[in-house]
Design a protein around this ligand. Structure first.
Ligand code: SF4
Ligand code: SF4
Length: 361
C-alpha cells in the first residue's frame, strides 16, 4: 500500500486545489490528468482532474483543474477551482485577461511560462505577496521538440513541494510508452528541465499591492438576456476581441523595407490584422501602403508568413516588448466603433501609435 502524501495546505473541505490557465491545444488538460493520476496511484491521495472549455477548443482560453485530498475523503464536487493553492499560467498573454489570477491568497503559489523574472511577473500580476515561479516552458519545448505542457508539469511538480518527481515521471512514461514510445525520452527530458529550470521566489507582504477581495465572475450575457441564437449583432463588435492568448509563442514580424504592398497577406489573413493607409507607390501614384500588424487580432497562424512572396513577413518568437513596439492599431469605421464602449484593452500597455479613440478624444 502506498503511503499517503501530506498536503501542505487544504481548504475548509479538505482539498488542495490547482488551477491551470491555458489555451486549448497547449495540453493543460493532459497535464492535469497525468498529475491527478500520479497523485492517486503513486502517492496515495484521492483526486480528480477536469477542464472547462469555451465555445471553441483549440486556440481559446481554457481552464483545467486538479483537486486533491487525503485518501480517507472523497472528491464529490467538480465545481471550478476558485481559490487555487497553485495557479499555473501556461501562456503569458493570459496574465492580461480578466479572471486569470482570481482567487489567489497569501498561501498560493503561481507558476508562469515566461522568460521574465519572478519580480517582473509579480509586478505584472500585482501580487501583494506569495510565491512565484517562472520557467521558459516554451523555450524548453522548442529545444526538445516536445510540447510545453510537460515542461510546465515539471515546474508545477517542483513548485508544489509535495509531489514526488519520480512518480510523475513514471506516469508520463506509462502514458506515452504504448502508443508513442519514441516520445518517452524527449518528454522526460522536457519534464526534468521544467523541474530544474523553474526559478522560485517568495515575496513577503510589503504594501506594494493590495489583495483584491474575491468576487465570482458573472458574465454580462446569460440565458435571460442573450440575443436570440446567441448572436451579438451590433456592427464592429469584434474590435473588442483580443486574440493574443491564441498565439502559441510565435508572431509574424513585418519588415516595411522588403514589402511590395502586393496585399497577399491581407487576403490570406483570417482575422484582418493588417493595417493599411493611403499613400503612394514607388512611382508616386496613389496606392494603399501596408503599415503593419495589429497584434490584438492576430491568432499567430503564420499563414501570412507563408504567402508573402518577398519575405517581408518573418516568423519570430513572441516577446511582449517586440509585440508592443511593433503593433499598429487597427482603427475601425467610426459608425461601428461608437456603438462600443471605450474599453479597448492593450495587453502590453498603451501602443505608441494613437488609436481611433485617442484620435477623437
Ligand atoms: S504579402 Fe508580403 S509583400 Fe505582400 S503586402 Fe503582405 S507583407 Fe507586403
Ligand atoms: S499570423 Fe498572419 S495570417 Fe495569421 S492571424 Fe496573424 S497576421 Fe493574420
Amino acid at each position: 500500500m502506498v503511503e499517503s502524501a501530506k498536503l501542505p495546505y487544504t481548504n475548509e473541505l479538505g482539498f488542495y486545489e490547482m488551477r491551470f490557465e491555458s489555451i486549448g491545444g497547449l495540453g493543460a488538460n493532459l497535464a492535469g490528468q497525468i498529475l491527478a493520476e500520479a497523485m492517486v496511484l503513486g502517492q496515495g491521495l484521492n483526486g480528480a482532474s477536469f477542464s472547462s472549455y469555451g465555445s471553441e477548443k483549440k486556440g481559446s482560453p481554457i481552464k483545467s483543474f486538479v483537486r486533491l485530498c487525503a485518501a480517507d475523503r472523497e472528491v464529490r464536487t467538480s465545481s471550478p477551482v476558485e481559490r487555487p493553492h497553485l495557479l499555473a499560467i501556461f501562456h503569458e498573454a493570459l496574465t492580461g485577461l480578466d479572471g486569470t489570477t482570481e482567487g489567489l491568497t497569501s498561501e498560493s503559489t503561481v507558476v508562469v511560462n515566461t522568460t521574465r523574472t519572478p519580480a517582473e511577473m509579480r509586478d505584472i500580476l500585482q501580487l501583494p505577496s506569495g510565491r512565484i515561479g517562472v520557467v521558459d516552458a516554451l523555450g524548453i519545448a522548442v529545444q526538445e521538440k516536445t510540447r510545453l505542457n510537460t515542461a510546465m508539469l515539471g515546474a508545477i511538480t517542483q513548485a508544489a513541494g509535495f509531489i514526488d518527481r519520480e512518480v510523475v515521471r513514471k506516469t508520463i512514461a506509462d502514458a506515452l510508452s504504448q502508443r508513442y514510445p519514441s516520445l518517452v525520452e524527449p518528454n522526460l527530458r522536457t519534464f526534468d528541465r521544467g523541474y530544474h529550470e523553474l526559478v522560485l521566489e517568495d515575496f513577503a507582504p510589503d504594501g506594494k499591492y493590495d489583495w483584491i477581495p474575491f468576487t465570482r465572475f458573472v458574465p454580462a450575457l446569460g440565458y435571460a438576456n442573450v440575443p436570440l441564437g446567441g448572436t451579438i449583432i451590433n456592427p464592429g463588435n469584434t474590435i473588442l476581441k483580443d486574440l493574443s492568448p491564441s498565439r502559441q509563442g510565435f508572431v509574424p514580424l513585418f519588415h516595411r523595407d522588403e514589402c511590395i504592398d502586393c496585399g497577399k497577406c491581407e487576403m490570406t489573413c483570417p482575422d484582418y490584422c493588417f493595417v493599411w493607409e493611403e499613400g503612394v507607390d514607388k512611382r508616386g501614384r496613389p496606392a494603399m501602403v501596408l503599415q503593419g500588424i495589429d497584434y490584438q487580432h492576430c491568432k499567430g497562424c503564420l499563414k501570412c508568413v507563408e504567402i508573402c512572396p518577398v519575405e517581408a513577413l518573418t516568423m519570430e518568437r513572441e516577446e511582449p516588448e517586440l509585440v508592443r513596439r511593433t503593433s499598429i492599431e487597427l482603427v475601425g469605421p467610426p459608425e461601428a466603433l461608437v456603438a462600443m464602449e471605450r474599453s479597448k484593452f492593450h495587453l502590453y500597455g498603451e501602443p505608441e501609435s494613437p488609436g481611433y479613440w485617442d484620435k477623437i478624444s
